[in-house]
Write a protein that binds this ligand. Structure first.
Ligand code: 3YP
Ligand code: ZN
Length: 366
């Protein structure tokens, strides 16, 4: 069975302005494009097309998430503020670091709805798995505000949708280099949604995502965090999968797995200090396809190298589709020539601390 592909030209019209590295321009900071400019994701889409892969995918047309779908995770006030500012020509989604332009509320609804569309296609059996190339991203957004370039919790809305469709258990694996604090917060007390985030330790939101954040009340144990040291490469991520992600997801035995897929853990990312390459993302995708009976929906989050994100993204979609295009990652040999991909002792210890905080037995179905 085939792989679904969600994308829409409107995703590229979400205007993040001219804040270099995400800081507002002005004063002595000369304007330059914002790191979440449209070109990185557009170049990924273009590479999927010229690689020949696009014609092997099943195109899924996104629709806007409905108000009722958004209200499963967001407050009415948050939606009203986004709508108002979007209609007024633009504003910020909540934290002063999430700028948007005119009409972005509708685009954000189309992004959340895009992940919902991908989930529906997998649950209906139209496709085996799916990739949603959406923008703006979503994993930082909490109930009442946007954070870190995110307006709406795309993956959270999709997880809540899957639950509302009758699925008992949904898991989220977030390999964006930043902590998936929003998805975590929206389900922290909910044992029906397991959220697992791998991230560069303490990077963003500052100090967020420690191994001690394990969920609350009935959701205790159903939040899992794997903070990794800067410099982590393929070896560290595979160790995290073997010791934490796979045991947790296998015990939880979800009906659907959502992946919050940022490519900002790549070696070329300007906003983080990890060392992954396209081969790493290929391996991680193979690993997630071995979970949840392969019912996997991958949603695009961050990733700020317009040069390299397309090749990492293509590796993920190729793996989902089980088809290798003739495209050769022109940067891979160079990255593999540099030491740092093998698991280091301090990385093994960081993963061991996350594994020690994990109670696998508590995740099993009652
Ligand atoms: C948001 C403000 C500073 C860091 C930036 C992170 C955005 C992101 O890729 N989150 O996953
Ligand atoms: Zn990120």
């Amino acid at each position: 069975m085939a792989t679904g592909w969600v994308c829409h030209e409107r995703y590229f019209w979400h205007d993040t302005g001219t804040g270099p590295l995400g800081a507002p321009s002005g004063g002595h900071l000369e304007p330059l494009r914002h790191p979440d400019h449209p070109d990185t994701k557009r170049r990924f889409r273009n590479l999927v097309e010229v690689s020949g892969l696009l014609e092997r995918l099943v195109p899924l047309t996104p629709r806007p998430a409905t108000e009722a779908e958004l209200l499963r995770v967001h407050t009415p006030g948050h939606l009203a503020r986004l709508r108002e500012r979007s209609e007024a020509g633009g504003g910020d989604a909540g934290d002063g670091e999430s700028p948007f332009g005119a009409g972005s509320y509708e685009i954000a609804r189309l992004a959340a709805g895009g992940v919902v569309t991908a989930v529906d296609a997998v649950l209906d059996g139209t496709v085996a798995n799916a990739y949603a190339l959406v923008r703006p991203p979503g994993h930082h957004a909490v109930a009442d505000r946007g954070i870190g370039f995110c307006m709406l919790g795309n993956v959270a809305v999709a997880a809540a949708h899957a639950r509302a469709r009758g699925l008992a258990r949904v898991a989220v694996v977030d390999w964006d280099v930043h902590h998936g604090n929003g998805t975590q917060a929206l389900f922290e007390a909910d044992p029906s949604v397991l959220t697992i985030s791998l991230h560069q330790d303490g990077l963003f939101p500052p100090g967020s995502g420690a191994v001690t954040e394990r969920g609350t009340g009935p959701g205790e144990g159903f939040t899992v965090n794997v903070p990794l040291p800067p410099g982590s490469g393929t070896g560290a991520y595979l160790e995290a999968f073997e010791k934490v992600v796979e045991p947790a997801v296998r015990a939880f035995d979800p009906d659907l797995l959502l992946v919050a897929s940022g490519f900002d853990a790549s070696a070329y990312d300007p906003l983080a200090r990890m060392a992954l390459h396209s081969g790493s993302y290929r391996l991680l995708t193979e690993r997630v396809l071995g979970l949840a009976g392969g019912r996997v929906v991958v949603a695009h989050e961050g990733g700020y190298s317009p040069e390299y994100v397309p090749f990492c993204g293509l590796a993920v979609v190729e793996t989902l589709a089980g088809f290798r295009t003739p495209v050769v990652d022109p940067f891979l040999d160079g990255l593999l020539a540099v030491p740092g991909q093998d698991l280091a002792d301090h990385q093994r210890e960081a993963v061991a601390r996350a594994a020690a905080a994990l109670d696998v037995e508590a995740l099993r179905r009652p």
